[in-house]
Ligand binder design. Structure first.
Ligand SMILES: [Zn+2]
Length: 632
């Protein structure tokens, strides 16, 4: 059993599905029609034969000779599965071949690769393979019934995505996958996180990096002068030029806003940030915030920096450690004790759940017989990291728990410690104010800020826009500080302080960003497009004996301003049984609810359980997954 439930358990009611879903069919040309389902089914009819692009979302799809996939994502490729099983030849990009055919290897690797994950690519990978008849590359043509379809590489929503271009019935039609949504939007931002090899940057630090590819790919599409764009999801676009210009402009505005107050500029320098921003902004310069005006290289005597930890040493020679992820920290604390600089370690505080702050905290607590404290909101992810699918996750659970409520304070020798929930770099993040009796105050802000701004460059970390808790609350918490205080981010050697003007600058940029994001994405609240985990299975991994059972929860965070009825339809491997069918879960605005799904498992091996999630007009088949290992 896994800890306390994270979210209130909702009273879920079984969903009575309508007898048959009927999706509208939109005629584009005499021989091209689009079945407007959760994924668009583009059907091209010639001499009584059908070629499908993306597939056909209907329960009884049209029988097709060929299905063309633009990319591998599970939440889209499902639409072509049945047609392929019925004999259609499946065609997909060569560069994404493994994500169609070799998915078992991905999942096997992902058992361990999901820990210490700095690549942060989508795990919406097929649960079961789709065999391919042919793979295609940029410049290839597909000839079917005298119709020639051009293949254009259009990376962006995924690394290896292609578009299919065809001239038919006097119209130029481009099927562009998820490159664009509606009149100038994109489905989400978290899918765009990636490395930037041109500037030697890894996936963790590449905020929406594939937006650069989206812009380039849209430009190529635009140069082909299409009359109609048919994306994989969302409405058919009849004014391609306007939609592409609008999306490009909106992405540029979002990039300008992000890089203006980006913490990464401190670590990487102006030139590299310029190069990263240019990929979307072109020659337009970023108007960034001047670097924090107060920077103190020399820390107060009572703070000893060790790697990305800080040791607070009291007059009594008792010590208190802030963060513990690097084995060198433990070595150094041992050495300091042997040399009599400190006499004991009284406690360890963890700012956030990332491996570089938590990996060896439990080992240190065991060795020094001390508790580990952190904010209440981090408790579950520290006790059960394996239950989450998040960046930089440690496999090492913590059990020497001292969870602190927001605002709790504690006397420790000549210090007053005040603990807070500080949802900056991630929502699983706390802050610690240590005030010395002589008035010196240090605010340990974890990784949330550097002298150049806010650390929100990894979209998978779950940073929310207001009114959800997030960076705005952190900025306001810093604004409330008074006296001669300094901020410490343990990756930044000096301590620093923002001026009131800089805090205002960040608050203004961040607030206007809410509007920019709202324009950029199609959801009623942009947090759905920023939060890869608004719907998730909990725990992410589970184990059971052959024929045994597991209970998974589906946790739903409703970022919307209104109450939503979420419809959840779990899918299990053949031979498994689900205790409850499709369910409806009511979630009040900006709250979280969960629903339990009892599952009886079948034969041994690693299996992927998925679920469709739908609410309002959104229907997202195979949106979430959990990994279940069945043991002999
Ligand atoms: Zn860190």
């Amino acid at each position: 059993m896994l800890g306390k439930p994270l979210a209130l358990l909702a009273a879920a009611v079984p969903l009575l599905l309508p007898a048959a879903q009927s999706f509208p069919v939109e005629k584009i040309t005499p021989s091209v029609s689009v079945v407007r389902g959760p994924v668009n089914g583009v059907l091209i009819e010639r001499n009584h034969g059908v070629l499908a692009i993306y597939g056909d979302p209907r329960e009884q799809p049209a029988k097709a000779r060929m299905v063309l996939f633009t990319h591998h994502r599970r939440d889209v490729a499902w639409a072509g599965r049945l047609q392929t099983e019925w004999g259609a030849e499946a065609v997909a990009p060569e560069t994404e071949k493994a994500q169609f055919t070799d998915v078992a290897r991905f999942w096997e690797r992902y058992r361990t690769a999901r820990f210490h994950d700095y690549a942060n690519q989508s795990s919406r990978i097929l649960a079961n393979p789709i065999p391919l008849a042919r793979t295609v590359r940029n410049g290839d043509t597909i000839v079917w019934q005298n119709l020639t379809i051009q293949v254009l590489e259009t990376p962006g929503y995924t690394r290896g995505a292609v578009s299919y271009l065809l001239e038919i019935d006097g119209k130029r039609v481009a099927c562009v996958g998820d490159l664009i949504y509606g009149d100038g939007r994109i489905l989400d931002l978290f899918s765009l996180q990636d490395a930037i090899p041109q500037v030697q940057e890894d996936g963790y630090h590449g905020w929406a990096a594939r937006a650069g590819d989206v812009v380039q790919s849209l430009r190529k599409i635009s140069q082909w002068k299409p009359d109609v764009l048919i994306p994989a999801r969302g409405p058919v676009i009849y004014s391609p030029g306007h939609a592409i210009d609008t999306l490009t402009r909106r992405l540029q505005a979002a990039f300008a806003s992000h890089f203006a107050i980006d913490a990464l500029r401190w670590y990487r320098g102006d030139d590299k940030i310029r190069a990263m921003a240019q990929r979307v902004l072109g020659p337009t310069p970023v108007h960034w915030m001047p670097t924090a005006e107060t920077i103190r290289e020399k820390l107060p005597k009572w703070i000893i920096p060790i790697s990305n930890s800080r040791l607070i040493v009291s007059r009594t020679r008792a010590a208190f450690l802030v963060d513990c992820g690097d084995p060198r920290v433990l070595k150094e604390v041992r050495r300091l004790r042997q040399e009599g600089v400190i006499k004991q370690l009284d406690g360890i505080y963890i700012t956030h759940y990332h491996d570089d702050h938590s990996d060896i905290a439990q080992a240190a607590a065991d060795e020094f017989h001390c508790p580990i404290s952190f904010c209440q909101e981090m408790r579950d992810i520290l006790e059960h990291p394996e239950a989450y699918r998040m960046p930089c996750l440690t496999p090492n659970a913590i059990h020497s728990i001292q969870a602190m409520n927001n605002g709790a304070s504690q006397r420790w020798n000549e210090f007053e410690f005040t603990y807070s929930y500080f949802p900056g770099q991630t929502i699983y993040h706390g802050g610690l104010v240590a005030k010395n009796d002589n008035g010196q105050t240090i605010f340990f802000v974890g990784d949330s800020f550097t002298p150049t701004g806010m650390d929100d460059y990894c979209l998978l970390n779950r940073n929310f826009m207001p009114p959800e808790k997030g960076f705005l609350d952190c900025l306001r918490a810093i604004q409330k500080m008074s006296g001669d205080y300094l901020l410490i981010n343990e990756h930044v050697p000096p301590a620093f302080r923002f001026s009131p003007k800089q805090l205002e600058f960040m608050i203004e940029r961040f607030t206007e960003r809410g509007k920019l994001f709202a324009d950029l994405v199609p959801w009623d609240d942009p947090n759905f497009a920023l939060d890869d985990q608004w719907a998730r299975y909990y725990p992410y991994t589970a184990e059971a004996a052959v024929g045994g059972s597991v209970e998974l929860k589906v946790i739903l965070r409703n970022h919307s301003a209104s109450q939503q009825e979420f419809r959840v339809t779990p899918h299990v491997p053949p031979g498994w049984r689900i205790g409850r069918g499709p369910l409806v879960v009511s979630v009040p605005p900006r709250q979280e609810r969960s629903v339990g799904i009892p599952i009886t498992v079948g034969t041994s091996g690693l299996k992927i359980v998925t679920a469709d999630v739908a609410f309002g007009a959104w229907d997202l088949p195979e949106w979430i997954e959990a990994m279940v290992t069945v043991k002999q």
